[in-house]
Ligand binder design. Structure first.
Ligand code: PEP
Ligand code: MN
Length: 364
């Protein structure tokens, strides 16, 4: 055999041995990752890395220079940390890897995340009995089964209407019983979870509180369905980890909702991230909704946005409706009148993009 060929064979053999050793090393790294996980220790340990690099440089006989050895091993260390992180991701309870079938949250016979896509509507804030009764009656007549309405409002300015508080929750209970509606309302204080369970059917955790970890833990400890909104500038990973906070504490009745993210765009209140819908459906087994009101902040593009959300696989739509939006105490610009809502819903339904069924948000 020619010398070059012999050397090439030798190199191939060395590559195979290196590969074998690298994977043997990776298996040990995984074991270390599991032990660290059990002990709650961080995956990345810079002190240990420094010690290993110093030891390798000490042992280095060349011909590689110390800098090259350091570079190569740093890459190996980096890949190893990545390996441990991927393992971790594989084990997220909200991940599709943990459960292949879809989670369906059933509230009073209404399925969210099931075969049919739901319509959730109602005012930004609960303002009075009369306001809530009017909107509930109109929505019920339109075929909506899930009523939203804020009792605790997380407002940017402390001088703005903060919501009716417990009184608002009581009104939601009263009105939902009168009209036979499922209710959703935001809770902003971890101590209010039990209170919420007394009056409403689904607790909402708002965008501003997506990383309020104490609130997430309280929602996880409660046994009431939870709708978690995506934070104003939350990445998919942050959103999914926030969901994991709730789910991992045993509350599996969890629903995600895309409500737009902050970008430089000024013509919409937020930027509706439609790609979030298929990503969340792919990465998690949880129901995914789209709030077209807070994501756009305007009324004139709600139909195409809702259609896009449904086409992208959303399990439902949330939209704000008020009997008299001009006098609304919050989000006056984006709320639809009942008449506008009827037209919106008709257009969405007649597009054929919304799957409706026996136990849906629609009785149409
Ligand atoms: C809301 O739905 O009432 C609300 C305040 O929305 P967000 O948390 O998405 O801003
Ligand atoms: Mn609002």
């Amino acid at each position: 055999m020619e010398k070059l060929e012999v050397l090439r064979d030798q190199l191939d053999g060395l590559n195979s041995r290196l590969l074998e050793l690298l994977n043997e090393r990776a298996a040990v790294v995984r074991e270390i990752g599991k032990v660290k996980e059990e002990k709650g220790l961080p995956k990345f340990d810079p002190v240990r890395e420094r010690e290993m690099l110093d030891e390798l440089v000490k042992q280095n006989q060349g011909p590689f220079e110390d800098a090259a050895i350091k570079h190569v091993f740093k890459e190996i260390f980096k890949a190893s940390v990545g390996l441990q992180e991927k393992e971790h991701k594989k084990h997220l309870l909200v991940s599709r890897k943990s459960q292949t079938g879809n989670t369906v949250v059933t509230v009073k016979g209404i399925e969210i995340g099931g075969e049919a896509q739901v319509m959730i509507a109602g005012p930004c804030s609960v303002e009075s009995r009369e306001q809530l009764r009017t909107v509930a009656a109109g929505l019920k007549a339109a075929g909506v089964s899930i009523l939203r309405g804020g009792a605790y409002k997380p407002r940017t300015s402390p001088y703005d209407f903060q919501g009716l508080g417990e009184e608002g929750l009581k009104l939601l209970k009263e009105v939902s019983e009168e009209f036979g509606l499922v209710t959703i309302s935001e809770i902003i204080n971890p101590a209010h979870m039990e209170l919420a369970a007394r009056y409403i059917d689904i607790v909402q955790i708002g965008a501003r509180n997506m990383q309020n970890f104490e609130l997430l833990k309280a929602a996880g400890d409660a046994r009431i369905p939870v709708v978690l909104k995506r934070g104003l500038s939350a990445t998919m990973e942050e959103f999914i980890f926030a969901a994991e906070y709730i789910y991992s504490r045993g509350n599996e009745q969890l629903i995600l909702i895309e409500r737009g993210i902050r970008t430089y765009e000024k013509w919409t209140r937020n930027t509706l991230d439609i790609s979030a819908v298929p990503i969340l459906k792919q990465e998690t087994h949880l129901p995914v909704l789209v709030d077209v009101s807070h994501s756009t902040g305007r009324k004139d593009i709600l139909v195409p946005c809702a259609k896009a959300a449904l086409a992208a696989g959303a399990d439902g739509i949330m939209v704000e409706v008020h009997p008299d939006p001009e006098t609304a105490l919050s989000d006056a610009d984006q709320q639809l009148t009942l008449e506008q809502f009827n037209s919106f819903y008709d257009q969405v339904l007649s597009s054929g993009l919304m799957k409706t069924g026996a136990s849906t948000g629609s009785s149409r």
